[in-house]
Design a protein around this ligand. Structure first.
Ligand SMILES: Cc1cc2nc3c(=O)[nH]c(=O)nc-3n(C[C@H](O)[C@H](O)[C@H](O)COP(=O)(O)OP(=O)(O)OC[C@H]3O[C@@H](n4cnc5c(N)ncnc54)[C@H](O)[C@@H]3O)c2cc1C
Length: 402
């Protein structure tokens, strides 16, 4: 007698329908090996992904490398980025129907410059692959059960899964559903979590010398110091605000000041001139120009006035003092705008608590990917690359081992 044995398909629950969770669920579902359930607390998957890059979706960066990341295990970050490089990412999304291009600085965007189009590529691919997407379900507990895990929802009900992927993101930008509850889930499974800080975030500074500059933008060289030590520099936009500074140069430097003692920023508003050149130029100009116009046509009017005001309080506005301040405009950093405004979380579940395939070393058949892990990148596409590459790493490992 012959029996037809129907194998029950294993259930993989992916918790968090963000960048990493969507990609991981899509790859798993497309393999047609498991029943894949993607659980997202929001009304739509990928809400944060749709808002990235000022709505344009800076999905990766062609200048890729672990040196652009902060983590407890950069070597593992490097391996994961090599196994799914920016070119692989572009090919993957190309296979889903997207075209991508890079700007002059290596940042890669969808050709239509619309981040929501990237979310749509994943959304449609998830549907084609037959993944089940549960929306408006928040996972509040993951309990070990015989042969797997039981996931409990705050809205009521439970789901049994043979394997779980934690892709809940971090604590930054909680308006997109990422309020840090994923860390509690990870802890309940035996993981630790490093101290957490907001990164890629606007910085609060002393505001005395920047009063009246709200909204003024300066393309300059900015240097971050911890005490007397230079920790990073960046060239780009600095935007003055009523609390301190914003802009892409500030975002980049904020990553280096998360837990710094005595942090400060120094701006060079004319990075292509030396201080000596500028002082000599201002000396000549002072011979025929009233003092209040000394920096006219050198800096924007508002910025020029702020520099001159500061020079006066520093004991007299000579051309040499003005030149020094234009090249070294210092602000003490007093804090950040916090997780509400941050783009990414510094810290998370240590990579050391996962194996090479990002399977948990604390709980069998649990994988982690994305921002919940202790890896975050600089501004410029590095964080989405990490979310996608780590999700691909977990998905491939699950396909090999489950
Ligand atoms: C405004 C903004 C702009 C950005 N721009 C860029 C950019 O241009 N380039 C770049 O590289 N990076 C950018 N980033 C960072 C990048 O978006 C994140 O690092 C990345 O999305 C993290 O991916 P993830 O999959 O780990 O988590 P997320 O994309 O944050 O997704 C996590 C998902 O899990 C869900 N979730 C959380 N807890 C639960 C739970 N208990 N139950 C169910 N669901 C849950 C959340 O609702 C969320 O949808 C930006 C971030 C912000 C806030």
């Amino acid at each position: 007698m012959r029996y037809n044995v129907v194998m029950k398909r294993k259930i993989v629950a992916v918790v968090g329908g963000g960048a990493g969770g969507m990609l991981c669920a899509q790859v798993l579902a497309a393999a047609e090996k498991y029943r894949v359930v993607l659980i997202e607390r929001g009304a739509r998957p990928g809400r944060k992904l749709s808002a990235t890059g000022n709505g344009q979706g800076n999905v990766t960066n062609l200048s890729m490398g672990a040196e652009h990341y902060f983590s407890d295990d950069r070597a593992k970050v490097a391996c994961i980025l090599t196994a799914f490089s920016p070119e692989d990412l572009i090919a993957f999304f190309g296979g889903l129907g997207g075209l991508f291009e890079s700007d002059g600085q290596g940042r890669v965007y969808p050709s239509g410059r619309q981040a929501s189009a990237v979310t749509d590529l994943l959304r449609f691919a998830l549907a084609r692959a037959g993944a089940e997407v549960l929306l408006e379900r928040t996972v509040t507990a993951i309990s070990r059960r015989k042969g797997g895990y039981e996931l409990a929802f705050s809205e009521g009900g439970t789901l049994f899964a043979d394997a779980v992927v934690l892709a809940t993101g971090g604590k930054a930008a909680p308006n997109f559903g990422t309020d840090g509850t994923g860390y509690a889930l990870a802890r309940s499974l035996g993981h630790t979590v490093t101290p957490l800080y907001p990164a890629l975030v606007q910085l609060k500074t002393d505001t005395h010398f920047i009063r009246g500059l709200k909204g003024v933008r300066a393309n300059c060289r900015a240097i971050a110091y911890e005490g007397e030590k230079e920790v990073a520099h960046a060239r780009g936009d600095v935007i003055f605000t009523d609390y301190g500074v914003s802009g892409n140069a500030v975002f980049l430097l904020s990553s280096y000041l998360t837990d710094a003692q005595s942090p400060r920023l120094v701006f060079d508003f004319l990075p292509d001139r030396t201080e000596e050149e500028l002082a000599a130029f201002l000396e000549r100009k002072a011979a025929f120009c009233p003092r209040e116009s000394l920096l006219g046509a050198v800096l924007s009017n508002a910025l020029g006035r702020a520099v001159l005001r500061r020079a006066e309080t520093g004991g007299g506005c000579t051309p040499a003092v003005a030149a020094k301040l234009v090249k070294n405009f210092e602000l003490r950093v007093t804090g950040t705008l916090g997780f509400d405004a941050a783009q990414v979380t510094r810290g998370g579940v240590p990579l050391a608590e996962t194996d090479d395939g990002l399977q948990s070393r604390k709980a069998e058949n649990v994988w982690l990917c994305g921002e919940i892990l202790n890896a975050d990148g600089e501004c410029g596409g590095y964080n989405l690359q990490w979310a996608f590459a780590s999700a691909m790493c977990a998905a491939r490992d699950i396909l090999r081992r489950l």
